[in-house]
Design a protein around this ligand. Sequence first.
Ligand code: ACO
Length: 374
Amino acid sequence: MTAPAGRGLEGVVASQTSLSFIDGLKGILMYRGYDIHDLAPNATFLESVFLLWNGKLPTQAELAGFEAELAAERALDPRTLDALRAVPSDTVPMAALRTGISLEGIFDPEGEDNSPEANQRKAKRLVARTPTMIGAIHRIRQGLTPLDPDPSLSLSADFVRMSNGEPGTDEAVAALDRTLLLYLDHGFNASTFACRVIAATLGDMHSAVTGGVGALKGSLHGGANAKAMETLLEIGELDNVEPWLEKAFEEKRKIMGFGHRVYKTEDPRATHLREMSKTLTEQAGLGKFYEMSRALEERMISQKGINPNVDFYCATVYYALGIPIDLYTPLFAMGRMGGWTAHIMEQHADNRLIRPRAEYVGEQNLPWVPIENR
Ligand code: ACO
């Protein structure tokens, strides 16, 4: 048997994709051939989802049609809402989201249909309904009634309204939308790979994305944006950054929002989020968190050679927007849903079961001992 791949499958190229390209040494990310540095300032989230699913940028008319189609799909199945009402109010929102997405699969009339046409329709429903679901989860846990979607609003604007009860400013909505675009897709990251493994068994789309939500929930992956904000709050003040970090190094603590399996230089998504964090924290009177982030970043790079990843500056962007910390990872899921569904469709279009081997390192050929003699 061949030697095992690097721990955690490091460096293993598991399959092919034409969805996103990453060069971890040069700090490049492209969706369908378009550089993230061109997309982030110019495109919307749904424009990028269209690009990812269709392999081409939409025309004005195509984008309007796509947005309208998704807007018409935003309402959750009432039975999903009933079930979410039964979730204890202290449930972690990512756990409620995982359960809600799975329920939508049960109620979806095409839940078990893996045809390309059904997959496209389900992908639209999933991207359209995830914001509604997160808004409902947030309101239900506060004892409030979930709000019906308003198809006249954009997906991001409607999310803000359905979670806060009032529309956000155009600037806040645009910032949120840009974070979703930056979270949209990223090669064979852990949650996307989980989706592809499930899809490759010919599992259905809802099963696969439910697995994706579960994988994203962990703090080494999507959970890191919330943990990064908790770290900044724990540090508290700019003057505390240095002593806090020294102690953290001594205790060999992982600094959340730093490090990446693929990027060994600036994560190109962080470039945009850093800029957004600066502007938005200043506007919100929370500039000290940006200053602390910069100090933490400078120290991490100079002492450890470790760069911030996508989650680090996204934390202060969401904080400045007034989003509750435990909704940061659900928002990551809201963006990544477009990527997960694209990968499931790509997997189903040219499928082979994903089934690696394990190197067995346990004992062998032990003598059988009857139960009364053990
Ligand atoms: N803080 C402190 N040290 C770190 C960090 C960090 N955030 N990240 C890596 N290191 C150190 C490790 O301790 C290790 O040092 P050593 O060789 O002296 O033992 C070295 O850098 C290599 O790190 P690994 O953990 O082996 O790197 P790996 O590729 O396995 O992990 C990961 C990548 C999980 C992202 C890691 O950097 C980490 O835990 N970061 C914090 C959590 C986080 O931000 N996750 C989000 C990632 S981005 C995303 O999923 C969207």
